[in-house]
Design a protein around this ligand. Structure first.
Ligand code: R5P
Length: 296
């Protein structure tokens, strides 16, 4: 039996102290439930409110694209530097170490390959399996202006309904068809439709003119895709501009895993996203890391 003699009677109820409640760091997410917010905190750093998502889901329609031929060899060494991994359930189960304890954003739409009409995608993962895989969010492609626009929007709303039931956020991914203009007007339209119809956060592309109007008119966080490989200095500059104009992070693939030095590159991207490092400083940082470990 415990010795009760030493138990103190004094108690402190802090009667003059209002309940401590830190604001949730993501815009438009204050009214979400605890589980949803907790999952988002596995994607976005609670400290900076931002994220570096490492996107390696390209194989779901492109097959083994350059840099992703052997994900075990080229991507797993990058996991230590990512806030979140975006991938398919096939890659997650077959190659990703279950000891990876950061957020996973699961690609949940698919169907057509790069050889076909991509906007014909359908939901490709059940919410039950997403929860079994303990993911932080599911991602679904939305093809505004595409041939199968309504179907892709319906894919998203189906996942939003299922995600709301179980506290799983949905990332609406705005896909840009070959025939559509990548400008701020289109991005405002696509991102706003995703948010209005329930996406917890939205992925889009950076545009040089007016990107701040895209983030301003989207009521939930926006992350940018990296897009096609470009010189490292340009990719770091794009990431900086996007963050500076209101993005909450990047979901970057090819500009990291196709870089001459992927480990150096992802660390430089982190500096931009989480510490507002200038593009020039970040590029210098990239080069210094690359020179000190030239093989990666
Ligand atoms: C593309 O459809 C995939 O969803 C990628 O996750 C996305 O495009 C981001 O990768 P990247 O930075 O290579 O564009």
């Amino acid at each position: 039996m415990a010795d009760t003699d030493s138990i103190s009677d004094s108690k402190e109820f802090y009667l003059n102290t209002p309940q401590v409640a830190d604001p949730f760091p993501l815009k438009g997410c204050q009214n979400l439930d605890w589980g949803m917010k907790n999952r988002l905190a596995h994607i976005f750093s609670p400290k900076s409110g931002r994220t570096v998502m490492l996107a390696v889901d390209h194989g779901y329609f492109m097959g083994p694209t350059s840099g992703l031929e052997r994900i075990d060899v080229t991507i797993n060494p990058l996991l230590a530097y990512a806030d979140t991994l975006m991938c398919t359930r096939g890659i997650l189960r077959s190659i990703t170490p279950p000891t990876f304890n950061k957020g996973v954003v699961l690609r949940a739409s698919g169907g057509p390959s790069i050889l076909k009409e991509l906007s014909a995608e359908q939901v490709a993962v059940s919410m039950e399996d997403a929860i079994r895989l303990n993911v932080a969010a599911v991602a679904v492609q939305v093809f505004i202006g595409g041939e199968f626009e309504s179907r892709s929007v319906h894919n998203m709303t189906q996942l939003v309904d299922a995600g709301n039931r179980f506290g799983v956020p949905v990332l609406g991914v705005t896909a840009v068809g070959k025939q559509l203009t990548r400008d701020a007007q289109y991005m405002r339209l696509a991102t706003r439709i995703c948010a209005e119809l329930g996406a917890t956060y939205v992925k889009t592309y950076f545009v040089d003119q007016g990107f701040e109007t895209v983030t301003a008119s989207c009521p939930v966080p926006i992350v940018i895709a990296g897009g096609k490989k470009m010189p490292e200095a340009d990719a770091l500059n794009m990431a900086f501009q996007a963050i500076d104009q209101g993005a909450a992070g990047v979901d970057m693939g090819r500009n990291i895993f196709q870089s001459e030095a992927p480990i150096a590159m992802i660390q430089a991207v982190r500096k931009v996203v989480h510490e507002n490092m200038s593009p020039k400083e970040a590029f210098d940082y990239y080069r210094s890391l690359k020179e000190s470990a030239p093989s990666r």
